[in-house]
Design a protein. Sequence first.
Length: 566
Amino acid sequence: MAAAARGGPPPSVAVIILVFLLSLLGSLPLVSRYHLDEGWYTNAAIQMVQSGDYVTPRYADGSLRFRKPILTYWVLATSYATLGIGLVSSRLPFLLAACATLWVTYRLARSVTQDPRIGLLAAALLGSNILFMESATKATPDILQCLFITLSLWGATELLFNRRDDPRWYALFYVGAGLGIATKGLLPFAVIAWPLLFTRLLPSETDRPPRLFHVGWLMAGLVVGLSWLAGSLLLRGPEVATTLFEDQVGQRLEGAHRLFLSNIALYLLTPFRFFAPWFVMLGILAVVQRDLLRASVRQQGRWFWFVLGWLLVNVAVFSFGNLMRPRYLLPTFPLLAVLLAGLLQQTMQGRPARVIQHILQWVFRAATGVGVVLALVGWRIDQRFAIGGFCLSGVLLLLDWAAFRRSALPQLIALGLAIMVAFGTLEQFLKPVVITSPAAELTQRLLALNPPPERIATVGLRHSVANQIRLLSGGRLALREFPDNEGQETVRHFPVILAPPPLYHTLAEDPSYTSKACVLEYQPLSAEELWSALKTGERAPKHEKDQKRYYLIRKQAGNGTSERPS
């Protein structure tokens, strides 16, 4: 960060947020980065908009879904009602929530350290976190929960460390936790419990302990967090609570004792995986600047133990489950980013700092070279490779000039921005070539039918592809999904069927149906196939085992299409 002092004031946090936004914005309409979990929320929100029932989330087949609280569905339904149903409107609210989380992290860091430079670096560290970027472009509750928990912890930090007995900080502390409960469930109760416990475990050295408990705002937070659950219990009965409890606790404990130790180890390694560049630098400084790092930890004081304790609380909670998901630790990342930024800012001094900066400059040059090579040879595979290479090398050259030649941009912030751009390049230009989906072509074929079918049976179609078709059609296509072994008599009641070859061969003999082969689905390209395409200049041919053909089968008019399936 010393470079910023030589070259002038550090950049505004808006620059970091804007680079983050632009790096990820282009990936919103792409099915190549579709995650299966998105369908649980988009399908329910589509039905809310179409039915007008905004209280009851449902699966795609219309059955009730109470596995998660309501707020994520409402965010999606509001976006659909405003922007229409589609992939962009599904993901945009979550990308904006991630941008808001970067701003909150910046403000929280400034509040704790009284140093805006640490706030900027904390925002850059969090924005360049791969898990954070992935979550920011998925229509799932994770990034919303991260935002609300970070807001709650900001309020707790102001009350606990800055002694600001102001109603707005109590509101953030308790209502932020309530919004987190309304988004994903029980974890935000730990957000309230941990600061209260911390004041007992590590009390302040001052005479007056901080006042964290506030009955009014606590009740407001509980109302925000539990009002939908209370209302649904009245409308739907105990099924709501039992289903939610099973999803949050019951199912998570089945066989979990066998995974407890491995979960602890994996969760403890998670921050090191996703903050790897920054921990590497901190590790180097810990060896050559040991005394300075110790002094920095002492200067952080109780804040250091508050952040470490919050991480351990989350590790302990999730290690008791039978699933290990790195994204479960996402609510700890903003505070970890603030802590790492403070330690790096205070230890990046002297000759070791200059050596790290010199290494970073060569990393930038090497990455720029990779971008140039990708731009020059990528056209042999796909023009998107070439466009991505040109964009990456161009932005890296600009960051290199600003950070290392003109010294107007701190080098560590420049590294964070470079990671954001590299991730965005991968998602927007490279990944769509490697990972394909038949959803777009299937959607076009179905919408082109005259008239478009009201009901469609899909047999053996991947669930994620069916979800994509619903979004790409703007919610106009209603799909009913059946496995490969579903009885033929059930699907015969539908006017249109998307069928695999075995069912096609059976129905092709029936004169009441017309059939047409419509699309091939491919497995993702392997590294060997990419290399072959690079050498030959053509996309590598696919093996038969990698192909799956779908047939569009339509019942001719007057053959009983009005009968509804049982």
